[in-house]
Ligand binder design. Structure first.
Ligand SMILES: NC(=O)c1ccc[n+]([C@@H]2O[C@H](COP(=O)([O-])OP(=O)(O)OC[C@H]3O[C@@H](n4cnc5c(N)ncnc54)[C@H](O)[C@@H]3O)[C@@H](O)[C@H]2O)c1
Length: 698
């Protein structure tokens, strides 16, 4: 059942019932138009109420129909709304909880709208790179006024029903119910009241004007240009609302339809749609059923109050969970506490946090130097030095003290989780929780699944990630897991580009023009060049056949570790993050190039970007093939949420699909002929080669 039809006195009630959010899929649309027809035919029915059961009035389109012909199959949403407008009897929308996208457009097609207080109202299409496509751009400005309607469309963010109902002259909600519980009774009473009123009001007949249209739309265009970055949809929202003020309703609808369909064909829409689905897919682990029982996590312990430990603790404090932090020495604890206080104070200063909330959070935090104090925690996360010996000491202690069933997690970025798990008698309870720095800010969480990690442990930490607002992706055990294993190859290419003739600035600018938040050298300076140096030193011993540029080692030998030392690939002024090119670094790169016997060559931005991005894609293909990542789209989630990959390109795998895997392999074959580059580097991963050969996609 996707919508139920009942008659209550003189009112027919069509109740959307398509869990979880009453998405307007084909069956639901059919049920609505059937209900409307029944109501027209029943002489006893004087008015019709459309409402929804469960968590939403309607969240809009049904995501299972995304990009399928079903989404457009008749009756499509436009036709459903036309059927409402054609009703000889008044149609009233009774909305509660969530009224978004197509759900709001459906309500806008009704003659009257009642809302429960606290209802989230939004047109979020812009977040998928689209404009509303079922009349929202033309009806909402008529209902709400030009400026509030445009703000709603461009931000895509929900606004509470009672806030919208307070706007002067608004026609969106004729009434806000006293409480969600009384909404239906009030809607039925309202329906009886307006049953005989004619003509039936329709938003399409209302005027739509702005007193200073030209000036306002000029201003609005400038505003969205800055925030829209590479996305065309926000500017199109401005166009659509301007059309609503200048043209007849029917013309506006035609323009909306044309614009919507054009945006559907853009790579930006495909990228956003892909990420929307990829993020949801990442939270599902193939062999861990959704109904897997979870362990209760009500208290957390964190070992190590350094860069990561403090940020990790903040995530749980923010979610209202008590945290006990353990350190080796009192002064280290004090330093960690001071950093947490400083971070919260900064949020307070910016107005992002209120004093009482800050106090509540700090009250949840306690500290200790004694492992026995941790024994009752449900989850313990270790964030001590990246050294197997230190990890061994910590995990043996944890195994000794922690209560049975507690989850033991490590934040290691490179070490073998299976080895860490083997330090305990309970490897099934051990999992990797790889947070990214700054841990209280970055959305990504790599959940590292050891060979023996229990399914309920995985289910528990995936759910917990949601609670602390992280986007979690499961990775198998390998050196660097998904993200850092790929970034190592990207870093190697960045180094070869210096050897062959580029400056750090040239490489960074090309990457940033492509859309990366930061080029590889600015990123190295932010993360600390010493981290990569330590990894390379290990590689030189473990894999002596692998080729690396030595420039980064020479840089580190000069103590230029990046922002933390005030100098890296660039210079930094204290308190600022601007990267200032340094002539000595460029001279150092040139001198190293000379020792290699290479003459510098002009390298195009296109080659720079391809070598950087294709190195990511090739390693990612191996990661998918080896089963380290469960699916290709997980790679995209990791790179978008953890590594600043351009959102409008949808992640490395989506980008590869967009440009064609055949073309990726062709370019790699060209790079393999470059005598300085490492030919074996460009050997296409078997999965990539196989898909490219058959014209497939990841
Ligand atoms: N810094 C990053 O960007 C980053 C990102 C992801 C993961 N990691 C990983 O997180 C872990 C911690 O890294 P960090 O950057 O926070 O290091 P850090 O040096 O800033 O902090 C480590 C803390 O652990 C404490 N410590 C050391 N041995 C201890 C012990 N036996 N018992 C209790 N406390 C002890 C130290 O006093 C120090 O305060 C490492 O495994 C690292 O690989 C770091």
């Amino acid at each position: 059942m996707t919508a139920e039809y009942t008659v209550q006195g003189p009112v027919a009630v069509i109740t959307l019932n398509n869990p979880p959010i009453n998405g307007l899929g084909l069956a639901t649309r059919v049920a609505i138009t059937d209900g409307l027809a029944r109501a027209q035919a029943d002489v006893a029915v004087k008015a019709i109420v459309i409402t929804g059961v469960g968590k939403a009035f309607s969240g809009g389109a049904d995501i299972t129909e995304f990009g399928t012909p079903k989404a457009f199959q008749e009756p499509n949403l436009l036709s459903v709304i036309l059927a409402i407008e054609a009703s000889a009897k008044p149609v009233i929308a009774a909305v509660h909880t969530v009224c978004m996208g197509g759900g709001l457009e459906l309500a806008l097609g009704c003659n009257y709208r009642l809302a429960a207080p606290g209802c989230n109202v939004a047109l979020p299409e812009v977040k998928l790179g689209l404009v509303p496509g079922a009349g929202g751009t033309q009806r909402l400005p008529r209902a709400l006024g030009v400026e509030p309607a445009l703000n709603l469309m461009v931000s895509g963010e929900p606004v509470k029903s009672e806030m919208l109902a307070m706007l002067p002259g608004q026609q969106l909600f004729q009434k806000i119910a006293t409480s969600p519980g009384t909404l239906m009774a009030e809607a039925l009473a309202f329906a009886a009241e307006v049953a005989e009123l004619r003509p039936l009001p329709q938003l399409r007949n209302l005027p739509c004007r702005h007193p200073q249209g030209d000036a306002y739309f000029g201003f609005a265009r400038n505003m969205v240009k800055a925030m829209a970055k590479k996305f065309p949809a926000p500017a199109k929202c401005v166009d659509m609302v301007e059309v609503a003020t200048q043209r007849r309703f029917a013309d506006g609808m035609a323009r909306e339809c044309e614009t919507f369909l054009n945006l559907m064909c853009t790579p930006e829409h495909r990228a956003l749609k892909h990420l929307f689905l990829a993020e949801r897919a990442a939270s599902k682990v193939p062999d861990v059923p959704v109904d897997t029982a979870q362990r209760a996590i009500l208290s957390i312990a964190v070992i190590g109050a350094g860069t990561m430990g403090g940020g990790i603790a903040m995530n749980f404090l923010n979610a209202g969970l008590p945290v006990k932090m353990l350190e080796a020495k009192p002064e280290a604890l004090e330093r960690g506490l001071a950093t947490i206080r400083k971070n919260y104070a900064a949020q307070l200063k910016k107005g992002k946090l209120k004093q009482d909330r800050l106090d509540q959070r700090m009250a949840l935090l306690s500290t200790t130097l004694n492992y026995d104090d941790l024994k009752d925690a449900d989850l313990v996360i270790e964030a001590v030095f990246e050294d197997m010996g230190v990890k061994e000491t910590v995990f043996r202690e944890l195994d000794r003290v922690m209560k049975p069933g507690a989850i033991l997690a490590s934040n290691t970025s490179t070490l073998d989780l299976n080895q860490i798990a083997a330090f305990t008698q309970r490897p099934q309870d051990v999992v990797g929780l790889h947070f990214f720095s700054p841990a209280n800010v970055m959305k990504l969480l790599e959940v590292v699944r050891g060979d023996k990690t229990a399914k309920d442990v995985l289910a528990t930490v995936m759910a917990l990630a949601k609670k602390i607002r992280k986007t979690a992706v499961v990775s198998g055990v390998c050196d660097g897991f998904i993200g850092n294993r790929m970034i190592e190859q990207y870093g190697r290419q960045a180094g070869f580009l210096l050897d062959e003739g580029c400056t750090p600035t040239q490489v960074d600018q090309a990457a940033e023009k492509f859309g990366f938040a930061m080029g590889p050298f600015r990123m190295g300076d932010l993360a600390g060049n010493d981290i990569g140096w330590a990894i390379r030193k290990r590689r030189y011993l473990e894999k002596p056949h692998l080729k690396y540029s030595k420039s980064a080692d020479l840089l580190c030998e000069k103590g230029r570790f990046g922002q933390k030392t005030g100098a890296g690939w660039y210079d930094y002024v204290p308190g600022k993050r601007d990267a200032i090119p340094n002539a000595e670094v460029v001279a150092m790169i040139e001198a190293h190039r000379a020792t290699l016997g290479l003459s510098p060559r002009q390298i195009s931005d296109e080659e720079i970007v391809q070598r950087l991005v294709f190195s990511l894609i090739n390693e990612a293909a191996r990661i998918v093939e080896e089963g380290i990542a469960n699916k290709a789209s997980d790679i995209d989630v990791v790179y978008i949420f953890g590594y600043g990959f351009p959102v409008h390109r949808g992640g490395p795998m989506n980008y590869a699909n967009e440009i064609g895997l055949f073309n990726v392999v062709q370019a790699m074959n060209r790079f393999a002929k470059n005598p300085h580059d490492d030919a074996s580097f460009w050997q296409p991963a078997p999965l990539l080669a196989k898909l490219a050969a058959v014209g497939g996609v990841f």
